[in-house]
Design a protein around this ligand. Structure first.
Ligand code: PMP
Length: 280
């Protein structure tokens, strides 16, 4: 397995990061995850644009432009012979003596990339449908930034896993914000696709945007508004989206069956459309 660290491709076993890295000490960094299907990156320009924005929001210099990132990602995918899975990218504020205040301007950001092989298109969970449990959203107020500070999501997703579910839906003030690592959608009994509008309360999902576009191209109605758990319990269908799951049908939320406990027809259609787009 070959990984990338600060300008070098090297075997995973030889890759190290200094203990004074601010990513390690403060979770002072940003990450991105792009899917790879048939050896090709999916919707990668949008992921790199979000990476650039996240870095700018916390004042870390982006060490590469989109073309530079793409070359590195493609080389990593090729060196690992990756056909299907994800590329993980992380940039931290670099290595400096431990101090909350930013290090001096010349401190180079730390850049790490690795790949993970994973079945995304032929994921058996997509045929069965996923179970979800709700948890209170305990995160900070800038969830639009893809920060590596993920403790709240670690705890939320562990809670879900312990309950036999594969995702946690976080809620705040009675409304669903998003999944632990995905965007939340429901489909109303009259066929409207509902997802929360973008704000600082959620991450602007790249898959979310693609699925909304595909739905609108099909003449389907997409409604951007917050919804409650109660509304989700009574929804015709529910699903979540992410780069590593694409469109994932949900068949149960907090032990209540959604849509008769089967992946819903509209969700399956959206998954099919996304797969077509991703494989094209
Ligand atoms: N929300 C959160 C909190 C996430 O971690 C993710 C996964 N990166 C998403 C939404 C989905 O985003 P994307 O479709 O860009 O993977």
């Amino acid at each position: 397995r070959i990984v990338y660290v600060n300008g070098r491709f090297l075997p995973y076993e030889e890759a190290t990061i200094p203990i004074m890295d601010r990513g390690f000490l403060f979770a002072d960094g940003i990450y991105e995850v792009s899917a790879v299907l048939n050896g090709r990156l999916v919707d990668n320009e949008a992921h790199l644009a979000r990476l650039d924005r996240s870095l700018a929001e916390i004042g870390i210099r982006n060490p590469h432009d989109a073309a530079g990132w793409t070359r590195l990602e493609e080389e990593l995918v090729a060196r690992n012979g990756l056909k299907e899975g994800v590329v993980y990218m992380q940039v931290t504020r670099g290595v400096a003596e431990r101090d909350f205040v930013f290090p001096s301007d010349g401190t180079p950001p730390t850049v790490v990339m690795f790949t993970q092989a994973k079945s995304i298109a032929a994921n058996p969970l997509a045929d069965r449908g996923a179970k979800v449990v709700s948890v209170e959203d305990l995160r900070w107020k800038r969830r639009d930034i893809k920060s590596v500070a993920l403790l709240a999501q670690v705890l939320a997703k562990q809670h879900a896993a312990a309950a036999g579910a594969s995702e946690a839906w976080m809620h705040e003030d009675g409304f669903v914000t998003e999944g632990g690592s995905s965007t939340a959608f429901i489909i109303t009994q009259d066929g409207r696709i509902v997802t929360r509008p973008l704000s600082t309360a959620i991450l602007p999902g790249i898959t979310r945007r693609a699925v909304m576009r595909l739905a609108e191209e099909q003449g389907l109605t997409v409604e951007e508004r917050a919804f409650t758990l109660e509304e989700a319990f009574g929804a015709a269908e529910a699903f979540f989206t992410s780069a590593s799951a694409f469109v994932m049908p949900i068949v149960e939320i907090d032990g209540r069956r959604i849509g008769g406990g089967q992946p819903g027809p509209l969700t399956r259609r959206l998954r099919g459309l996304y797969l077509e787009m991703a494989a094209a």
